[in-house]
Structures are given as C-alpha cells and as structure tokens.
Design a binder for this molecule. Structure first.
Ligand code: ZN
Ligand code: ZN
Length: 600
C-alpha cells in the first residue's frame, strides 16, 4: 500500500473544519481493492443470530463502508455443503445429500437477501467452478511436494457400520480436559484435534466405543510450511488479539501434517494418483471457496482474468470475517496452503474474528430452544432493528450475551429516542416551517462549534471502521445524533423562528447537515432506513466524503415520516407468542427445508 496517496479534503466556505484525510487510492488513481469473505455456513440448517453476527453481517457492514468510501470491493461467500454430517443427515431422511443441500442453499441465500446482505457472489461448494479450482489447487500442492501419504488408523463404529468423521467422535480434550470435545476441534479451548488424541473416545451417534481401522490418507505437510506461516502471523499487525494469540499458541506447539482426505463419498474427489474413492476433507476445500467464488463472479461477467487483480496483486487486501472457532483455518491453514501453491497469492490482510454471542447468557441450542434463528428474527422485527442491535452487541474482545431486555433498550432508547427523534425533529421542522425547502444560511461560531463536534464523531467512526471496530463505529454515529439533539435544545429554532426566520433556517440546515453525516456513518449498518431517509431529505445517493458538505439550500424535503418506533411491553409479549407459534409450526416439518420460516 506504499503507493497510496492521501488527499486533503478542502473545507467549503462555511466549513472551518480541520481538514479530514480521505483515502482516494494509489498513485495510479485506483481505489483501494478488497476481497471480503465471510465464513461459509454449513448448510444443513439455518444459521442463528450468533452465526450471523460473527461472520456474514459483520462482513456486510464492513463491505458497505468500503463501498461508501469508493473502494473496489468483492464480497463473497457460499454454502459449505459437503462432508459426512450432511451425508449422515440425508441418509437418515432417506434422500440424496444433494437434494438436501440444493434446497437449503436456496433458502439460506434467500434469507441473506432478506437480511440485506450485499454479497457480490454467494455461491456453493457444489459449484463446478469451485470443484475444478479445488482439484487444480491441490494438484499444485502435490506437485510442489507438500502432500504426503500415511497409513492411518481411523475410527469406525461397528454398531452404525460407518467410518466416523472427526466431528462424529467425542471424547475428553487432551489439552483442557473438556469431556465433550469433538474429534476435529475442542470447542472449549479452540484447539484443533485429531480423533486419536481424544481420551475415552466414543461414537457421537450411538455412544459406543469405536474400533480403529487401517486406511491410507493424503496429508498436507505443514511441518515444511511452519516457518513461513510463523513469519506471516508475527508480521501481521492487523490481526485481532484473539486470532493472534490462538495462532501463536498453535505455532508454539508446532504444526504437524494434517489429513486432507476422507473416506466419505459426498465431497470433491481427491485428485491425487492412487486416491480413488477418497474425497477432500470439507474444511480444506471450503476455505478455497473465497478464491473460486471470485473467479466464478468474474467468469460470469466474461472478465475472468479480473480475479487476479483481487488475489494476485500485492495491493489487494483480503479480509475474512469469522467466529473465533474458525481462526485456525483462516489464520494458519489457508495461508499455509496459499504459500504451498507457489503462486503469488496475496496473503490475507486480516481475519476479523469475533468472540461468541450467547443468548440470555447461554449457548445457542436448537434442541433446547435457546436462541433465535435468522428466519424467525425476520418475522418479529424489521431487519434494520436486528442489524442495529446485533452490531451494537457485536462480541468484540469478549463474549457478549444477547438479551431481550438490552435489545429493547437499544431499540427504544438509542435507535428511536436518540437517532430517530433527532432525524424526525429536523425533517418535520423543515417540512412544516419552511414548506419543505432546505433554507441554508450563514453559520455563527456557536453553529460551527456544534457542527465540528458532530463531524469529529464522524471522523472517529471512520477510524473505527478502518480498524473493523464496528461496534465502536456505531457508538460514534450515535454521538453525532446526541450532539445534534443538544444543538437543537440550545439553539431552539422553534423559538428563533418567531423573531428571526433566517437564523432559524441556518440552525435547522446545520442540524440537517448533522443528520446527513450520521446517516452516512449509519448506512452500512441500517441501509434500508438510511436510504429511506436519503429519499425523504433529498440527499440522493451519498458517499462517505459527502458528510463534509452541508445540505444544498433549495433541496426539497418530502414524505416525512418517522423511521423507527418504540416497541412496547405489550408488543414484545406478542412477539414472544409469535415466536412460539412459528417454532411449533417449524417443528411439524419433516425435512430441514420445511423447518424454516419464510415470508409469504
Ligand atoms: Zn480443549
Ligand atoms: Zn455408533
């Protein structure tokens, strides 16, 4: 990024603001370029709110921010649909795995659209482009000498008569003693595991003791890559603390070869000579989806080579959004694979890893009905309310708990009382007292002081967005509205207008400027409401730097109405009742795609 140039934004006549730095791109005049990837949801069920905030929603907010800045962004993800868990689920339902994932992919894709997730490409691991890319990629690793074979003993359940995939074997974690660790990973301490490491292993389906059967598998030889991966992690100053600590911990223990093939059938055929009948372990192929989805997007636009500008150019930044359980695969294993390919891939800029979101203090659990799933949420409240609440409670730095009590407090006291009221006060005043025409006027020192205070919060929001501190960015936008309310209370345009209409016009136009700035900083989080506001206030489509421009006098304010409303205790109780009804209805469905709420 050394060739980046910074443009000093000139303040307009009325604006004595300190010049803000606005990034306009590199020396060739190009905007910054980004690949934003959110973790691929495993597609046998609808994601819950904790899944959403950890990956997809956070990635969407950051992507929208970058687009406002005028950056060149591609936002990709897709359905992770292979592997034994889905194979077993389909078997139990008496259907083919692909029927299950075809249906669930369409449903989850639709739900993300309803959540206003602005993917450029939400694809799937069954995509032919992905399969072809994965096979070619692994053959490069093979030809470069990073793939080795080993005879291995794998767990087999004699009662269920299947090879047990890693997450279908449960036992005690050798590192932390957690008694329900899965064979692939301990969800208590986050360490990657192998089934053989588990103490007292048992079959997750029937609970019986597995036997061990000899089979040959293909391994990624991580020992050879350890030095370069360590360099990557140590030099990466953008990594959040949790990702950094967990990765350094893994590196300290040493990287060992990891099996990348499996004996199950539902997956991408392993391309190695002699590996007939084996498939690539889902984890290792799904992470390559970020690249194949970029290729697919450009191939569909007949500009296939464009993908290289995103992945093979050192000026491009690749950012992943994942929950903390996904850190090892994104910070250690994918970078290792990129290095092993020998191709000049840009190394991921950072992995924005959140902590866990709990629900009323407990882990989400479908069977115990703890939590809210993203389909149900849509039936209860407008999507922007959810987006606002979830970003407000984004688990940055520590686990946080979603509670209904806090959610209602945030909607009623912050979204409605602070932001909504400020916007509405300003717009209705212009509509009723100035015939809906923005008056304009010359600012006095007191007006400039308030405006600069508001714009300082806007700049703070920008700094937080740049560091992917989305929660703090949101809190700064709330401050803009607080300053605006304080300003109106001090200057009292409703009093001024009795004696000095011009000055009242100046004040309300200046307040509208603060509305504009806050709406720009809020658009990534609540895009639907902010676009409604932009239409009402005659702002048109705004970009980030427009916050420093006062609203144009003469612009028409139209169709003014409140953007948000409070949720009363009565309404809250009926929401809970509705949730109960939806769940009872969902429980009647036999197939997973029947256990989903979708708007009629
Ligand atoms: Zn553990
Ligand atoms: Zn069993």
């Amino acid at each position: 990024m050394s060739s980046a140039i910074i443009l000093k934004l000139e303040c307009t006549k009325n604006l004595k603001c300190s010049p803000s730095t606005v990034f306009v791109g590199d020396a060739s005049g190009n905007a910054r370029r980004w690949v934003i990837g959110s973790a691929w949801p495993y597609i046998y069920a609808v994601p819950h709110l904790g899944n959403l905030i950890g990956s997809v929603l956070s990635a969407d907010v950051f992507t929208r921010y970058l687009r406002l800045k005028g950056d060149d962004v591609i936002f990709v993800s897709g359905s992770d649909e292979h592997g034994t868990p889905i194979e077993v689920e389909a078997l139990q339902l008496g259907i083919k795995p692909k029927e299950l994932t075809d249906r669930m992919h369409e449903i989850v894709k639709r739900l993300f659209e309803l959540w206003e997730i602005s993917f450029d490409n939400y694809t799937r691991t069954e995509s032919p482009v992905h399969k072809e890319f994965v096979k070619g990629f692994f053959m490069k690793l093979y030809n470069n000498g990073y793939i080795i074979t080993r005879e291995d003993e794998v767990p087999y359940c004699p009662k269920d008569k299947i090879y047990l995939p890693d997450r279908f074997i449960i036992g005690t974690c050798p590192y932390c003693g957690y008694p329900y660790a899965r064979g692939d990973q301990c969800e208590n301490c986050g360490r990657l595991l192998e089934p053989k490491l588990l103490i007292n292993p048992r079959c997750a389906i029937c609970g019986s003791k597995p036997t061990w059967v000899k089979t040959k598998h293909w391994y990624l030889d991580l020992t050879k890559l350890e030095g370069k991966v360590r360099e990557y992690v140590e030099d990466n100053t953008a990594l959040p603390e949790n990702a950094r600590q967990m990765s350094l911990g893994m590196l300290k223990e040493g990287l060992k070869p990891r099996a990348i093939t499996r004996d199950n059938k539902w997956g991408i055929d392993a391309p190695f000579p002699g590996a007939e009948g084996k498939t690539i372990y889902v984890w290792f192929e799904a992470v390559l989806g970020y690249i194949s989805a970029t290729i697919e997007y450009h191939r569909n636009k007949n500009s296939e080579d464009e993908w290289k500008k995103f992945w093979l150019d050192e000026n491009s930044r690749v950012v992943f959004f994942v929950g903390k359980d996904n850190i090892p695969f994104h910070v250690i294993l994918l970078p290792a694979m990129l290095i092993a390919s020998g191709d000049p891939y840009v190394m991921p800029y950072t992995t924005a890893s959140t902590e866990y979101l709990l629900f009323e203090g407990k882990k989400f659990s479908k069977s115990q009905r703890i939590g809210i799933w993203i389909d149900e949420a849509l039936a209860l409240m407008p999507v922007d309310y959810w987006r606002f609440v979830l970003i407000y409670q984004r688990p940055e730095g520590r686990d946080t708990s979603f509670t209904w009590h806090q959610a209602l407090e945030i909607i009623n006291s912050v979204l409605n009382d602070v932001i909504g009221n400020f916007i509405h006060r300003v717009l209705t005043f212009i509509a009723t007292r100035f015939n809906g025409v923005v008056p304009g006027g010359d600012l006095k020192d007191v007006d400039i002081r308030y405006r600069d205070e508001a714009l300082a919060h806007f700049k703070n929001a920008e700094d937080h967005y740049e560091k992917i501190e989305l929660r703090d960015a949101l809190l700064e936008t709330v401050e803009i509205a607080r300053v605006g309310n304080k300003y109106l209370n001090e200057r009292q345009p409703w009093e001024l207008i009795k004696t000095n209409k011009d000055e009242a016009g100046t004040v309300i136009t200046n307040a509208l400027h603060m509305v504009k700035a806050s709406s720009i900083a809020l658009w990534p989080i609540i895009p639907r409401s902010m676009e409604e506001l932009w239409a009402m206030a005659g702002f048109g489509n705004l970009r980030w730097s427009d916050a420093y421009e006062p609203p144009r006098p003469g612009t028409k304010v139209i169709n003014v109405r409140p953007l948000f409303k409070k949720i009363s205790y009565e309404e809250f109780k009926s929401m809970l009742k509705k949730l109960e009804e939806i769940r009872n209805e969902k429980d009647k469905g036999k197939y997973p795609w029947e256990q989903v709420w979708l708007p009629k």
